[in-house]
Design a protein around this ligand. Sequence first.
Ligand SMILES: NC(=O)c1ccc[n+]([C@@H]2O[C@H](COP(=O)([O-])OP(=O)(O)OC[C@H]3O[C@@H](n4cnc5c(N)ncnc54)[C@H](O)[C@@H]3O)[C@@H](O)[C@H]2O)c1
Length: 400
Amino acid sequence: MKIFIAGIDGYLGWALAQYLTARGHEVAGNDVFLRRAWVAEVGSDSALPVYSIEERAAAFEAHFGKSLNFRQGDLLDYDFICNYLADFKPDAIVHLAEMPSAPYSMIDQKHAVLTQQNNVIGSLNLLWAMKEVCPDAHLVKLGTMGEYGTPNIDIPEGFFEVEFRGRKDRLPFPRQAGSFYHWSKVHDSNNTMFACRIWGLRATDIMQGVVFGTRIDEMGDDPRLRTRLDFDQCFGTAINRFCCQAVIGHPLTVFGGGKQRRGFLPLRDSMQCLTLTCENPPQRGEYRVFNQFEETYTIHELADLVKEVAEEAGLNPVVHCYDNPRQELAEHYYNPDRQHLIDLGYQPSHDVRAEVRIMLADLMPHKDRILAKQAILVPDIRWDGSRRRSEVIDAEPIKS
Ligand SMILES: NC(=O)c1ccc[n+]([C@@H]2O[C@H](COP(=O)([O-])OP(=O)(O)OC[C@H]3O[C@@H](n4cnc5c(N)ncnc54)[C@H](O)[C@@H]3O)[C@@H](O)[C@H]2O)c1
């Protein structure tokens, strides 16, 4: 298949380009290196070195024997995206090109507007470009499990049967997002569903859990093929951050009591799911929703798991709870479905420990890169728009 990746230089995009190419798909993609700039803006850097796109392309060609079909360009540039899609003629488009951080979107008015402008307008441009240039292509749109929030009932995959005053219908499940970033994804979902209905586009909206991992097997040993791995409060996701903290002996920073439950999946599972989705498109006019995660865990369970694996590796980490800079329920019911991808053949890896072991081994040689940025490990972005560094509210004793 010909698969276009919007946001090919990012954490998922760079891995996906390799995973799909290794399976014989023809890949092309764009990026405008915003993730690199945003991480620098918040005073951080990737724990694993990120090479220039020229170096990445050279390694890609050496490893896969194909040149990387890449163009630098912004999804906000409508003509750029129309021209690229018209030239490439994709069967599927995986849309990853968005600002992906809740805290970043909550910094202030400027960052909230940047987030929604980049994400909502970029996605709308892509929908219009598809309608004009490649209406038969399948849009695989990355959303997030965070669109649903944490309702006190089970979470279906996008839609549910509801009975109200004696009448029944199948309706979109209510979204209760928890940041301006997550709301941008909800707006995208609505626009995508509408475009499928009125123009007959086909789309799969992926409600993805939190991804963790430093590599997929397809990357081999060339460091230029590795994907980025962030650990700051904006762009570092829970397990990735905990592993970086464990490597330098910083307390693992659990927010609040750590009883918040979320869906997680390893990078290799995310690649498997996105590939299965591309290879199994919906009918023209169909808008479907997949919940994509391996398993749900509480944040404290994950910190304890990283701690145990780190101890096996000879490290001596501790877990500390910090007052939560986010506004979210401290404890809640959480039971989302994830059957659609299983029906397509998704085989969850179920081995978080093995993945964490690989991550710690990959991160150890880059300890100095994390140490150089350790000042940014404790969060200070508050949901009310203020800045205040979180304080420890429950500290595990440090072993001597
Ligand atoms: N990583 C996760 O844990 C996770 C979980 C759930 C959902 N998602 C979603 O998956 C997608 C990809 O996530 P990621 O972790 O790879 O993020 P990322 O920031 O590493 O990748 C996104 C890429 O898109 C590019 N980009 C952003 N806006 C662009 C624009 N207007 N034009 C061109 N390029 C642009 C960025 O420069 C970046 O390289 C995001 O939409 C994110 O919300 C990620």
